[in-house]
Design a binder for this molecule. Structure first.
Ligand code: GLU
Length: 403
């Protein structure tokens, strides 16, 4: 069987397993029903039409669904894309994303005002106030800024204000960018301790293969853990506008699973879909681990708030120790070091096949780590490569999240 076919067969098997597991789904629906704090993320292709115009009727329908939830006591924060597209429309520029950064950032600045107007207008009709919150990765990665953002967002929620959050595209340069709003939505959800994230997309969920080309591709309704097959399925699917696609949605799901927050990907234009998902209906693809959250807020912040600067490949022994014993990562288990990074940077931890196992803060820079890789602590102290045993770790378990 070809690798592709094998992946598909295994993904189909996961679908059947998931479908057969009625009890787990019942429990999941219950979890979602109890959601008190929801982050709703809207992608550019859901918010704008083919000609790049903001769909005001869509925002109105979204506001009415959110208002319905607020009446039931649910707190909602919105992560909205579409600023760049809205800005291009307002400036009468062609709808194709410009290549030059100043035009892109100027369009975002203009478009953000347009978006804010649309949201304010639609929510006012529902007697709800909106607030605009623009974040960069620095605002999450810097502990002080993170705490301020958390306090402000929590206060807005308490005040019954619907925060409309976007990346601050006007100032964000590569080093401080999230780059996509799926990751931003996951980080916001972790920041405010949400119970559910709903990603409104132009695709109705994750399929076993690309549904546009494979007619027997099936929707995966429930994903309880990440496998190589799931990642392969996501690689073949995707949405055509915005910065995301299925790969960034999976990255968001990974982070949220580690935080114990369920996430649903669904077709954003389905009538009443937000209220339906929030009420526990099984729509789209739901990512929800059946295990309790494995990482506390501080650990999540340590490992997930910064951008990834490199990666380490680890052997099977290390994979087991990380997954099953919650150990720190030691140099002896590292077989390869990739990237140029400094001590304190965030690294991905991957298996020999490249599968992402975890993420955490490196105790060493890339050059030192390359020398340390594959050596036992004893060998390292003999080689006088490291001063003290404590710093012998590559990534300390308190600064690491396992996916
Ligand atoms: N922040 C971008 C915008 O408002 C969108 C990013 C994304 O599509 O994920 O246009």
């Amino acid at each position: 069987m070809s690798r592709e076919k094998e992946n598909k067969a295994q993904a189909e098997q996961s679908v059947q397993q998931a479908q057969g597991d009625q009890q787990a789904q019942g429990e999941l629906a219950q979890n979602v029903q109890q959601a008190q704090r929801i982050v709703v993320k809207i992608g550019t292709s859901t918010l704008t039409d083919e000609a790049g115009r903001v769909n005001a009727a869509y925002i109105e329908s979204l506001a009415s669904q959110v208002a319905q939830l607020c009446k039931q006591g649910t707190e909602v924060a919105i992560v909205s894309s579409g600023a760049i597209t809205a800005g291009l429309e307002a400036l009468n520029l062609p709808p194709a994303r410009p290549d030059d950064i100043p035009t892109l950032q100027a369009a975002a600045a203009v478009g953000q005002v347009e978006l804010a107007k649309h949201y304010a207008h639609a929510f006012e009709a529902q007697k709800l106030k909106t607030a605009q919150v623009l974040l960069t990765r620095n605002d999450i990665a810097n502990r002080e800024a993170y705490l301020h953002a958390r306090d402000t967002l929590s206060r807005l929620l308490e005040l019954g204000v619907v925060a409309i959050i976007n990346e601050n595209d006007t100032v964000a340069v590569e080093e401080i960018r999230f780059g996509d709003n799926d990751t931003l939505a996951a980080q916001v959800a972790i920041l405010i301790g949400a119970d559910l994230v709903i990603l409104l997309s132009d695709i109705d969920g994750l399929y076993t293969a690309d549904p546009r080309t494979e007619k027997d591709a099936e929707l995966i309704e429930h994903i309880a853990s990440f496998t190589e097959e799931i990642v392969a399925a996501a690689g073949s699917a995707g949405s055509h506008k915005g910065s995301g696609g299925m790969v960034t949605k999976l990255e968001a799901a990974r982070q949220l699973m580690a935080a114990g927050i369920p996430m649903v990907i669904c077709e954003g234009r389905l009538e009443g879909v937000v209220a339906e998902v929030a009420s526990g209906a099984l729509v789209g693809t739901r990512f929800a681990s059946e295990q309790p959250a494995q990482a506390k807020a501080r650990k999540l912040w340590n490992a997930l708030s910064g951008s990834v600067k490199g990666s380490v490949i680890v052997d099977e022994g290390a994979t087991c120790a990380l997954r099953e014993q919650g150990s720190s990562l030691l140099p002896v288990g590292v077989t390869k070091v990739d990237g140029t990074f400094s001590q304190g940077d965030v690294l991905d931890i991957r298996s020999a096949s490249g599968f992402l196992i975890g993420r955490g803060i490196s105790q060493h820079d890339a050059a030192t780590l390359e020398q340390m890789a594959g050596h036992t602590s004893e060998e390292l102290s003999n080689l006088a490569l490291i001063g003290d045993a404590e710093r012998c770790e590559v990534i300390h378990r308190d600064e690491m999240v396992i996916f």
